[in-house]
Design a protein around this ligand. Structure first.
Ligand code: PEP
Ligand code: MN
Length: 337
């Protein structure tokens, strides 16, 4: 249920409303806009429905959320929210570019790539320390050592870092070294992991599962918000279709649909979406044109020796070209970079 307060509702009236909700054994999530306060009421639907919420002073409207996702629903905020990675805000007018290698491989590698992308305009450094590989014989990432290298690269570049967490047992370590938790496509429906990161203080970027519908993605995000963590970014990274020429099919339809359905900012990962270096820039431009709030793409300074995903990584100079072209598209659609 979404409650909107009157523009002239007082703080006392709001507090009274929140006390009542608590008294009834329900949970309230408060979102403050410039004019009004929106209160999401969470609990068993039948109990909420029988409460006389509209009779409480200061309440303007009470609207049921008929969708299965509640906290992520756009009605909950009425507009796209801002999620910060370090001090970089995502979801506002400015498009944010996050980049870095698929895997952290060495100090020299992550610092050098970090410096290159920072110079070109990236605002967030990404790199994998725990890698979800299709084969158990492929490089699995440097683990905790990789996290430490990421933190060193943050110190050298000034960029906040995002990295994937695959297992609840690693949360403490990842929280210690990173600024944002990434949940990979393969773990989008790992509900115990989602609940755990829902209790974290760090923001979470949730990637769409390769066979997940848009609704599945929203329901998975709901798990994280339901635990109290509202700092969630959704990432479209391509889905599996009958097409095999490209690694995945980047579902850009998801961008405007998600924008209509949720207040969570939207990231697009054209790198995994298409999987072919020569086409990554085109898909990044398309993503910004259709409304993405951020782009995440892979960059490597020596792709032929990369321990994972070398074939889709941009070279640093190609990344610089991506940034300057994204800037033009951003301006054409009323955004900045
Ligand atoms: C990645 O971002 O490196 C990654 C493994 O992505 P995904 O989970 O989308 O496959
Ligand atoms: Mn990768």
């Amino acid at each position: 249920m979404i409650i909107v307060t009157k523009p002239d509702a007082t703080e006392e009236q709001l507090q009274h409303l929140l006390d009542r909700i608590k008294e009834w054994g329900l949970r309230a999530e408060v979102s403050r806009g410039a004019q009004r306060v929106v209160v999401g009421v969470i609990g068993a639907e039948d109990i909420i429905r029988e409460k006389p919420l509209a009779a409480i002073p200061g309440v303007e409207s009470v609207t049921p959320v008929l969708k299965p996702y509640k906290l992520v629903a756009r009605e909950f905020r009425g507009q796209t929210g801002i999620v910060k990675i370090g001090d970089v805000p995502i979801g506002g007018k400015e498009i944010v570019i996050m980049s870095g290698p698929c895997s952290v491989e060495s100090r020299e590698q992550i610092v050098s790539i970090g410096k290159d992308i920072a110079k070109a305009g990236a605002r967030v450094l990404r790199g994998g320390a725990f890698k979800p590989r299709t084969s158990p014989y492929s490089f699995q990432g440097l683990g905790i050592d990789g996290l430490k290298l990421l933190a060193e690269a943050r110190d050298e570049t000034g960029l906040p870092v995002i990295t994937e967490i695959m297992d609840t047992k690693d949360l403490e370590a990842v929280e210690k070294y990173a600024d944002c938790l990434q949940i990979g496509a393969r773990n989008m429906m790992n509900f115990s992991l989602l609940k755990e990161v829902g209790r974290s203080k760090l923001p979470v970027m949730l990637k769409r599962g390769m066979s997940a519908t848009i609704k599945d993605l929203l329901m998975s995000a709901e798990y994280i918000l339901a635990e109290g963590n509202f700092n969630v970014l959704l990432c479209e990274r391509g889905i599996r279709t009958f097409e095999t020429y490209t690694r995945n099919t980047l579902d850009l339809n998801a961008v405007p649909v998600l924008q209509a359905e949720t207040h969570l900012p939207i990231v697009v990962d054209p790198t995994h979406g298409i999987g072919l270096r020569e086409h990554v820039v085109s898909m990044a431009l398309a993503a910004v044109a259709c409304g993405a709030d951020a782009i995440m793409c892979e960059v490597h300074n020596n792709p032929e020796l990369a321990k994972s995903d070398g074939e889709q990584a941009l070279l640093p100079h190609e990344f610089a070209d991506l940034v300057s072209r994204v800037k033009k598209v951003a301006e054409a659609v009323g955004r900045t970079l």
